[in-house]
Design a protein around this ligand. Sequence first.
Ligand SMILES: Cc1ncc(COP(=O)(O)O)c(C=O)c1O
Length: 389
Amino acid sequence: MRNKQYGIRWTKTIQNNYGTPSITLVKGKGLIVQDSEGKRYLDFLGGIATNILGHAHPSIVSAVSKQVRTLSHVSNLYSHPNAVALAEKLGACTGTKGAKVFFCQSGAEANEAAIKLSRKTGRSHIVATQGSFHGRTMGALSLTGQPSKREPFLPLLKNVKHVPFGDIEAMRRCISKKTAMVIVEPIMGEAGVIVPPDDYLQQLRQLCDKSGCLLVIDAVQTGMGRTGSWFGYEYSGITPDVITVAKGLGGGLPLGAMIALGKAADLFQPGEHGSTFGGNPITTAAALAAIKTIESKKILKKVQKQGRFLIQELAMIEGVQQVRGAGLLIGIELGSATAQEITQKLLDRGVLVNAANPTTIRIAPALIVSDAQIKKFITIFREVLSHGN
Ligand SMILES: Cc1ncc(COP(=O)(O)O)c(C=O)c1O
């Protein structure tokens, strides 16, 4: 452990739900972060798909500093220009009219809001997918399709079924007139960056229309440009009823949102849901700055191009079995349970990634990553895989 001091203090004072991290990060700029011992790393994980513009991006620093000097928190009894502007912007990003947003702080909370919204259809059954990750609070955990995360906390919400991801026939068998909502990730991130068949979302849209249930797209990990589009489902041509976002939305600050479209936009009535910090002026200032930067620097196009390059180059490395993903959310399948070991070796070489599952390494660098940094990552990754260090 490099950070013995912090490690000991962490273990003594912080709940053991994460285990004790081996390094303590103290500062960063762009994609470079530095630990408490002065070692620098190329951050190819971006706070797990969260630091959309990297660390200390000038647009976010400036927007947040300005806002914190002006007005910090207003509660939901009062309006604030940033929350209104961000809701309008997110609605516009969906390409639809009439979207209405509920702001919160995290992905789990955005999905909790979606569960409650779906109850307003008068139905209560939910269909989700096996292997999915939708968060750890009791409602969100009920959607999460990973037995190891669910089992210690049973019983969870009733009437939630999990079907294999990408299997439209299994969905067809489960969706009924009792179904309030179906929730899917456009690409399953935590499961190891799993991409569904091309027509999956389209077919799912048809099934949801037939049953009259809400189609909820969990874009918490794939959203805010990560896969080269705003929310990760756009390639399919569908319009969901609800989109949940968090992670990259706040440009590194804690912000989540549930965006309801069409008829779903008007399901909540006053008093039916809430969150003290939701739509806080500072976090929404950060989000507006991040979106403005992504648009003005034409980052979505760049991300698509860089994603294609990474997938093509990584697939040619010996020891890589498959490369999955889109844009800058990529899973590198090693075909053997060595992902943790390789992650540690990359850390030793000064590169941050994570093992999404025992055989898959996930990368999710900030969207501002340069071509030179991508080439550097590929070189180090190739060396680590070929030399074993
Ligand atoms: C797809 C997806 N949904 C929901 C969540 C939960 O988000 P949070 O950790 O902000 O509650 C995550 C987190 O990894 C996620 O990847």
